[in-house]
Design a protein around this ligand. Structure first.
Ligand code: GLN
Length: 551
């Protein structure tokens, strides 16, 4: 079967859940037994999201091959349970950069380079090449931004051309819009959708289906009206009501017939099978207890910056029959008020990744608090580095220990750029990125959680535990619980005599799935739950490996 392409565009306003919609389409098609891949086309001129501010762009999602990508790729991976690569995120900046690099090299022999056909060909080549490389039956393409944006035009023109490039029976255009609700007249308005479809048609794309987000019920009358004005079959006007739990979206979309419509239109002959997904959602929604977990970071005003961390906590909690009550705590608030003011009533703490020095002392204080109060703690990348700094200062006795990222002239750089990585000083794509192997060391919480001799986890950082200080950190009791296979790099550390205090140099959150919570997050939640049951201040001891009981 030739590869099929489903193009999803957005209209009316942004931020109405296009990424979740695309991820849900992927889930539905995968449940039909098809192999699916996804690609996000981002119209901005940045080359990748790696150097973009978390406040503007949210989390940078890291793929296994080290791509620094849009957070929507996280939704795709979690919903579809696929592992994507950097090829699944194309920005306008990348396509221009590629074209201009080739022009400078003389590849065009002095010819004029134009948006059509050169830029559009570059975009289409990337779509077709992803289809070929992944061997997928279906490629779902999310076009970022909203129809009508100037910068999105080359992408829309390219997907328009795809109809002829690959044949019209192999493409499907879906348009996601918002129907605003006017409370004074108690009605949903279709006009913005009509205008958006008109705009799309003016550039040559007639949508095959509409997905209509709204906070109120979409009546059959509204579906018919949209069908008439937008020239889309009534059965292909899909309501998309707001749901409490994003993982319900594939179920809702399928309920309204999205799976059947795609299957019939593209000749896929598939039967949607979402029973397993449905039980997963039931389990999430049916959680009876809650487990309060603090995430202490410096971008917490904008939780999208920690999207995968939040989802990993939800997955792990749900598998224990709990709901994660995630409390976002600003690390500067910890500096200002002290940890007790913000952390006294949580059962577990996560310090996630981050860059730069702002708020880091608050994270170090958090680590000290978790260590001395026996609060289960999981440190992710920077969260591990602050754990090592706290230990070095407070236990090893290196009063002025720090990371050379935070204080380049510090007396004891226990976290530093390692030899061989010295050349890495530029910003943008210059970090240790993507999958690296790690061997959990036996008789540690890390190896208990993984139960595997070697694991692979995704990285995104410049600094490491400084080997010069490894011996004295270990002599003072810090456990190096995960090492690179050559033993040269510390990948995980632990605090002994503590219910659970593990830091990892990588980002386990990217590999968590709703149906397969990440073992480190599960271990954190299990210990947090135990802490809730047994009370915070119990002394724990290490006896015959890591088993815990009150003295
Ligand atoms: N800033 C730290 C480093 O570059 C940690 C990075 C992170 O947390 N992702 O090593």
């Amino acid at each position: 079967m030739p590869t099929k392409y489903i193009f999803v565009t957005g209209g009316v306003v942004s931020s109405i859940g296009k990424g979740i919609c695309v991820a849900s389409i992927g889930r539905i098609l995968k449940s039909q037994g098809l192999s699916v891949t996804v690609i996000k086309l981002d119209p901005y001129l940045n080359v990748d999201p790696g150097t973009m501010s978390p406040y503007q762009h949210g989390e940078v999602f890291v793929t296994k091959d080290g791509g620094e990508t849009d957070l929507d790729l996280g939704h795709y991976e979690r919903f579809i349970d696929v592992e994507l690569t950097r090829d699944s995120n194309v920005t306008a900046g990348q396509t221009y950069l590629e074209l201009i690099t080739r022009e400078r090299r003389g590849d065009f022999l002095g010819g004029t380079i134009q948006t059509v056909p050169h830029l559009t060909n570059e975009i289409k080549d990337r779509l077709v090449s992803l289809a070929e490389k992944s061997n997928a039956d279906v490629v779902v393409v999310e076009v970022g931004g909203t129809v009508g944006d100037i910068e999105g035009l080359p992408f829309l023109e390219a997907i328009r051309q795809m109809r002829n490039t690959v044949g019209r029976n192999h493409v499907f255009y879906m348009h996601l819009t918002l129907l605003p609700y006017i409370s004074a007249s108690e009605e949903l308005k279709t006009k913005p959708t009509q205008h958006s479809v008109k705009e799309l048609r003016s550039i040559g794309i007639q949508p095959d289906a509409l997905v209509c987000r709204s906070d109120a019920d979409i009546t059959p009358g509204i579906r018919e009206k949209l069908s008439l004005f937008c020239d889309v079959a009534t059965e292909a006007v899909f309501p998309m009501p707001t749901v409490n739990n994003v993982y319900e979206v594939p179920l809702v979309m399928d309920y309204f017939g999205v799976g059947r419509c795609l299957s019939e239109s593209l000749g896929l002959n598939g039967q949607t099978q979402l029973d397993e997904w449905s039980s997963l959602v039931d389990q999430m929604n049916g959680a009876t207890g809650t487990v309060p977990i603090a995430v202490v970071g410096k971008y917490v005003e904008y939780p999208d910056s920690y999207m995968s961390v939040r989802e990993a906590l939800r997955h792990a909690a749900s598998s224990c029959g709990l709901r994660a009550d995630v409390r976002w705590v600003h690390s500067e608030a910890i500096e200002r008020d002290g940890p007790d003011a913000h952390l006294a009533d949580v059962s577990g703490i996560v310090v996630p990744g981050g860059f730069g020095s702002r708020g880091v002392e608050g994270m170090i204080d958090t680590s000290r608090y978790a260590r001395s109060k026996h609060v289960p703690y999981l440190g992710l990348c920077l969260g591990m580095q602050v754990m090592v700094i706290d230990w070095a200062r407070d236990v090893t006795g290196l009063k002025h220990a720090n990371s050379s990222e935070l204080d380049p002239d510090c007396e004891h750089p226990v976290i530093d750029i390692m030899h061989g990585q010295r050349a890495i000083t530029d910003l943008g794509g210059t970090m240790r990125l993507g999958h690296y192997p790690c061997r959990p060391q036996s008789n540690t919480r890390t190896s208990d959680a993984y139960s595997r001799a070697e694991i692979r986890e995704r990285h995104r950082h410049r600094y490491e535990v400084n080997n010069t200080y490894r011996e004295c950190l270990e002599a003072s009791g810090m456990v190096m619980s995960g090492l690179s296979p050559d033993g040269e790099l510390v990948e995980a550390t632990e605090v002994p005599d503590h219910p659970f205090m593990v830091g990892v140099q990588f980002h386990p959150e990217f590999q968590s799935r709703p149906n397969r919570p990440h073992p480190l997050f599960s271990a954190l939640i299990e210990q947090a739950q135990q802490t809730v049951r047994e009370g915070r201040q119990l002394p724990f001891r290490r006896a015959g490996g890591w088993s815990f009981s009150a003295d």
